[in-house]
Design a protein around this ligand. Sequence first.
Ligand SMILES: NC(=O)c1ccc[n+]([C@@H]2O[C@H](COP(=O)([O-])OP(=O)(O)OC[C@H]3O[C@@H](n4cnc5c(N)ncnc54)[C@H](O)[C@@H]3O)[C@@H](O)[C@H]2O)c1
Length: 264
Amino acid sequence: MQLKNYHAVVTGAARGLGAAAARRFAAEGARVVISDLDGDAATACARGIDASGERVTALACDIADPEACTRLVDHAEAFFGAPIDIFLAHAGVGFAGSLIEAETAQIRRVVEVNVLGSIYSAQAALRSLVRSPRASLLFTSSLQGVTARAGRSIYTTSKHAIVGLTKSLALEYGPRGVRVNAIAPASTDTPFLRKQLAVAGAKDVDQAVREVAASMPLGWLPTPEDFADAAVFLASTAARSITGHNLLLDSGAAAGIFRSSQAR
Ligand SMILES: NC(=O)c1ccc[n+]([C@@H]2O[C@H](COP(=O)([O-])OP(=O)(O)OC[C@H]3O[C@@H](n4cnc5c(N)ncnc54)[C@H](O)[C@@H]3O)[C@@H](O)[C@H]2O)c1
């Protein structure tokens, strides 16, 4: 019970990594608002964790809409009857494809959700977090927030922006008691990754997932549960002196150039 009676909000939490984190926050004793663009899936996820709706609730929110972000924070404060302690700004979209072939609408959506959406949700969240005595703002960046990857220039740019936002807000809001950190996962086996692999042309997506795992120094992909562990750690008092940090959750991928044939 590392988060007993904490008040947590997770965006993009209807499925995948966000749902895993929301589930763990609740298991650790937090009351949780599960938010997602897909309101029905968010409600189903919340009901799956807490059928009574007393400790876990859901709200539809497109983080690319600043007014929706404000409504989310207002809704969460009303549900908790107190300020937010943990806000995990997780929602994001991927894009795999060459820059010169990308359509303007595709570029715009990645920036609107990943960059502007992170800024809008952080802005709304901070208005509440500054009133919490144990406030933690978390972002989901990516391995591509630290290292670039060919064919991912738009997504990589958006995730580097989140790392800059994390560091900036850590400096600006540390004096007001808010810790600001990010988690940087490498490819994790969620619908997000499977969709990216399919769009990139993988015929056998299961096989493609196995190949990505084999390309990691550890030989496995981080799991949604690993992501939830990192989120609980960063939000808990165990990380009370950690802020402005981008925690790599990457099975060693960012450590250097890895070729399995050279491993001994
Ligand atoms: N899964 C991976 O391999 C991986 C790796 C690194 C980083 N990430 C990051 O994790 C986040 C999502 O990953 P996931 O694996 O949980 O994906 P997912 O596809 O399983 O879930 C993403 C959720 O975000 C929601 N969403 C999309 N746009 C939204 C918006 N505008 N407002 C609110 N909700 C929105 C979707 O409806 C979905 O429920 C992204 O920020 C992504 O960049 C994922």
